[in-house]
Design a protein around this ligand. Structure first.
Ligand code: PEP
Ligand code: MG
Length: 570
């Protein structure tokens, strides 16, 4: 088979050779050894190869990523030459006559358990170092290769079972031209990050890691959601032309970068961007974002071993607020959980992490963590137009509790003589059906809503947003979802409040006509979708879209809605 179908997760066309980012099989059996001297030699050889490999990686990391990233590999080299670890492994081979793999694993596990129990962050990190080094030595004993996303140094298409948000953050944009995964959907966080990094991606192919070998020539068609493996020269030619066409189209949209977003009949809506870090601001400016509609602060907490300090957070929030020059910036408080894990919080594994102890639920319980973030935000508020929103609000009690904590921190700061803006709007994400249904009550107490359709759809349809097998149920244009969206918008407008949407639906070309018709005020999306959306809205009449939305709300299936949208915009 040389075409794989998947979900178009990030638009554009990428052509390069495959780099499989797949965990190797490091399983082995315990064996009794006759010639123990030979077995110790085998261990030494694996240690030496690992050492040479790590030295090369360290040098490369030093040049490409800087000394602080290279320090990790320095620590690994120290572990490799530590007699306190190596001698007991050799002794075990000699006295118990077990194979090198078994001896290595038993001794390493003992040290890992010992370090992990210590109440000291530095020692806990040593456990992680030993784990990594053991994997590397084992891979050499077993003759398999291990992989590392950050070390890709030639143009490549990454092929993986799945990519966690932190894997995605490590991808070097200079070399990684695109990626494809077996699992995931349009709203999994790796897909969202691919869009903000402007890397074409196709997710949910089910079998990319089975069908694709290292070095295969791969075309990622992030527009249609297709992967071509070792294409013929005709297909390659066709896609090279498509790539040029896509770039020309982008150049056309780019002309709208300094324009406002106005419908054909003169109605203004705001097109804002979703960001994960202050580094994304450049993309927002290049794509003409009129504000930040969602700053996912959890990325500040990821890819590290401890919580970010108040000072560190303050600097990030201040950088974003200053960078946006007075334009609105909606910062969402920590939304950890679901597919976004923080290993250092050591939260127990849950059966249903998407329905579990996450986001505001965790923040209301772990108040130190929450208060630190709120203080950093409040201190940053005087540097721009800050709006704060709480994620995963299910009840008014949760909103009130979070608001009280925010006010307490504000009072404390003011009494310490620190300036805090008096104009911080306070809103909530509407991503749980109970909140959408009760929007009329919430609307009396919040300053704004931002509809988080990524979660709202999964909770309304009871269909995991990460699971490609139920992706057929993930239906943004379902009349059921449209009715919920309408309830939220009408409830807010009734109280004179504004409504945004920061789920991926806000940047979707089939949804945009409906949302315009339903009266959405702010559309927040990946920065790379903004110009295309602006060009689309300029061609739509709000009045006509109101008629379309009214009809769609009375329809019974998603298919009918899609047909109606298509008919109305040709
Ligand atoms: C959402 O649920 O729509 C949303 C924007 O939040 P996230 O994708 O981070 O869960
Ligand atoms: Mg969400």
């Amino acid at each position: 088979m040389n075409v794989l179908k998947g979900i178009a997760a990030s638009s554009g066309i990428a052509i390069a050779r495959a780099y499989r980012l797949v965990e190797p099989d490091l399983s082995f059996e315990k064996k009794t050894i006759v010639d123990t001297a030979l077995e110790v030699e085998r261990l030494q050889a694996a240690l030496n190869t690992s050492k040479t490999e790590l030295e090369a990686i360290r040098e490369k990391a030093n040049i490409e990523l800087g000394a602080d990233k290279a320090a990790i590999f320095e620590a690994h080299l120290l572990v490799l030459s530590d007699p306190e670890l190596i001698t007991p492994i050799e002794n075990k081979i000699n006295t118990e006559r077990v194979n090198a793999e078994q001896a290595l694993k038993e001794i390493a596990d003992m040290f890992i358990a010992m370090f992990e129990q210590m109440d000291n962050e530095y020692m806990k990190e040593r456990a992680a170092d030993i784990r990594d080094v053991t994997k590397r030595v084992l891979s050499h004993l077993l003759g398999v290769q291990i992989v590392n996303a950050s070390m890709i140094s030639e143009e490549a298409i990454v092929v993986a079972e799945d990519l966690t948000p932190s894997d995605t953050a490590q991808l070097n944009r200079k070399f990684v031209k695109g990626f494809t995964t077996n699992i995931g959907g349009r709203t999994s966080h790796s897909a969202i990050m691919a869009r903000s990094m402007e890397i074409p991606a196709v997710v949910g192919t089910k079998s990319a890691t089975v069908e694709i070998q290292n070095g295969d020539v791969i075309i990622v068609d992030g527009l249609k959601g297709e992967i071509h493996i070792n294409p013929t020269s005709e297909v390659l030619d066709h896609y090279e032309k498509e790539q040029i066409r896509f770039e020309e189209q982008k150049a056309e949209w780019a002309k709208l970068v300094n324009e406002k977003t106005i419908s054909a009949d003169g109605h203004h809506v705001e097109l804002a961007a979703n960001i994960g870090t202050p580094d994304d601001l450049e993309g927002v400016a290049n794509n003409g974002g009129e504000g930040i509609g969602l700053y996912r602060t959890e990325f500040l907490y990821m890819g590290r071993n401890e919580l970010p300090s108040e000072e560190e957070q303050f600097e990030s929030y201040k950088a974003v607020l200053e960078g946006m020059n007075g334009k609105p910036v909606v910062v969402r408080t920590l939304d950890i959980g679901g597919d976004k894990e923080l290993p250092y919080l050591e939260l127990p594994k849950e059966m249903n992490p998407f329905l579990g102890f996450r986001a505001i639920r965790l923040c209301l319980e772990e108040q130190d963590l929450f208060r630190t973030q709120l203080r950093a935000l409040l201190r940053a508020s005087s540097y721009g137009n800050l709006k704060i929103m709480f994620p995963m609000i299910a009840t008014l009690d949760e909103f009130r509790a979070a608001k009280t904590i925010l006010e307490e921190e504000k009072q404390k700061l003011v009494s310490e003589g620190i300036t805090v803006s008096d104009h911080i709007e306070l809103g909530i994400m509407v991503e749980i059906p109970s909140t959408a249904v009760l929007a009329d009550q919430f609307a009396k107490e919040v300053d704004f809503f931002s509809i988080g359709t990524n979660d709202l759809i999964q909770y309304t349809m009871a269909a995991d947003r990460m699971n490609e097998r139920v992706s057929y149920l993930y239906q943004p244009y379902s009349p059921a979802i449209l009715r919920l969206v309408k309830m939220v918008i009408d409830a807010a407008h009734h109280e004179g409040k504004w409504v945004g949407m920061c789920g991926e639906m806000a940047g979707d070309e089939t949804a945009i006509p409906l949302l315009l018709g339903l009266g959405l005020d702010e559309f927040s999306m990946s920065a790379t979708s903004i110009l295309k959306a602006r060009s689309q809205i300029a061609q739509l009449s709000k009045k006509d879209m109101e008629d379309l939305a009214e009809k769609a709300l009375k329809m019974s299936t998603t298919k009918e809605v899609i047909e109606a949208v298509k008919e109305s915009i040709v």
